[in-house]
Write a protein that binds this ligand. Structure first.
Ligand code: MLT
Length: 411
């Protein structure tokens, strides 16, 4: 008899965005006349095409693959040097963060990276996860058997880091030691940002407890406040206690193209039960080379083009475009009397509705045919909130906001 991994039975619901897609499809089937009116401001999926610099680089790479003299088979699992070097120079050195190309591992997405990294850690590692949170962090720990069972929507062995209006959506340090800490800034789902001083406190905590921070910076392209840290490695001592995740998905419109990377500094340590230190870089390199065969050459060439002069200008235009949508969303919901955060250094706006968030989701779908994400899907602290994504075409966002004004009562 083949027995299953019964940790899967502990999962609370289906994956949030699959659940939303199913509900939207049901609505469309039940209301065929309204189906074409549906505007999606739910999942953060980009709508603008890839930047021309990336497209040109991808075309050239495809042409190389068509000739015997320039054809390439398996590439290095960790990624091609041309991309790792460009990342180290532009994303880290330029910010005064010392990261070398060999500490960068190219991958096919931060969703997979934030899930796969757990393989390096003990089953009984004590995890701290923000609430609300990108559901992948929690669900993948459930699958790995690290969370225990859920009672009242919260898993027994997880330290939840509440992010509320009172703490500006930046969690306080845990009151007891934890081993593995997930942080995401600019935050998904709240759109909140973290200051240098706040991040220093986390790094200091991790050093004191020999803990590890998994720092998800997938939305860094939307940061406009130059005082805020872009990378955790801008903080002294972070190289020993932090792994950072970055993605080209939202930065350069690669959600369908797939390219991301993970930074594992060589000084970053994990420990065995006797307290002996082991470089996580070696462990991750072993895992990555065993289980992953690299991102395709044309896609890596396209990603490297992001760092060309034209590429930098074009990706800035992309994030500016979505930030203009975000500003309109913020302005509209604020004028309707709903407190909100995010949308200034982030493509997400976290809106306090004060009502059941799935009921609010249904209301928006039924009355305005606008899809948002219910805050409760991101955790217990998300109840009474919704997340609105700025990723859509500007005319659709304008139309969605007009419908919102008509459908929602002014508070
Ligand atoms: C989101 O909407 O939270 C993201 O698009 C999900 C993801 O990046 O996987």
């Amino acid at each position: 008899m083949i027995t299953i991994n019964d940790n899967y039975l502990k999962l609370q619901a289906s994956y949030l965005f699959s659940d939303i897609a199913r509900r939207v499809n049901t609505f469309k089937e039940q209301h065929p006349a309204l189906a074409s009116r549906v505007i999606r401001l739910g999942i953060g999926d980009v709508t603008l095409p890839l930047p021309p610099a990336c497209i040109d680089a991808m075309h050239e790479a495809v042409d190389e693959m068509a000739k015997g003299s320039s054809f390439r088979g398996y590439g290095p699992e960790q990624g091609y040097d041309f991309l790792r070097e460009a990342i180290a120079t532009h994303d880290f050195e330029a910010r005064g963060a010392a990261i070398s190309p060999n500490e960068i591992f190219i991958s096919d997405g931060s969703k997979c990276d934030t899930a796969n990294i757990q393989e390096l850690f003990a089953q009984d590692a004590r995890i701290a996860i923000p609430d609300p949170v990108y559901p992948v962090y929690i669900d993948t720990n459930v699958m790995a058997g690290r969370t225990g069972v859920a009672h009242g929507g919260r898993y027994a062995h997880v330290t939840y880091l509440d992010c509320t209006r009172a703490n500006g959506y930046v969690p306080a340090l845990p009151e007891h030691p934890v081993d593995l800490i997930y942080l995401c800034f600019p935050n998904n789902p709240t759109g909140a940002t973290i200051t240098r001083t706040q991040l220093e406190a986390w790094v200091e905590y991790a050093r004191r407890h020999r803990a590890l921070i998994l720092y998800d910076a997938a939305y860094v392209a939307f940061l406009r406040d130059s005082k805020l840290p872009q990378s955790i490695y801008e903080i002294d001592g972070a190289r020993r206690v932090a792994i950072e995740f970055r993605s080209f998905s939202k930065t350069a419109g690669f959600t369908g193209t797939r390219c991301a990377y993970i930074v594992v500094p060589t000084e970053c340590m994990g420990y065995d039960r006797a307290g002996n230190a082991y470089p996580l870089h070696s462990l991750w390199n072993r895992r990555h080379t065993t289980k992953f065969n690299g991102v395709s050459y044309p896609v890596q060439r396209a990603a490297a083009a992001v760092y060309s002069e034209a590429g930098q200008r074009q990706v800035r235009e992309l994030s500016d475009y979505y930030l203009r949508n975000a500003a309109l969303i913020r302005e509209t919901v604020s004028a309707l009397g709903y407190p909100c955060v995010g949308g200034e250094n982030s493509p997400y706006i976290w809106v306090e509705t004060g009502t059941d968030s799935w009921a609010f989701f249904d209301l928006m779908l039924q009355k305005a045919q606008v899809v948002i994400t219910p805050g409760a899907g991101f955790g217990a602290c998300g109840q009474g909130y919704i997340r609105i994504s700025a990723f859509n075409d500007a005319d659709k966002v304008r139309e969605a906001m007009t419908r919102l004004q008509a459908a929602l009562p002014k508070r």
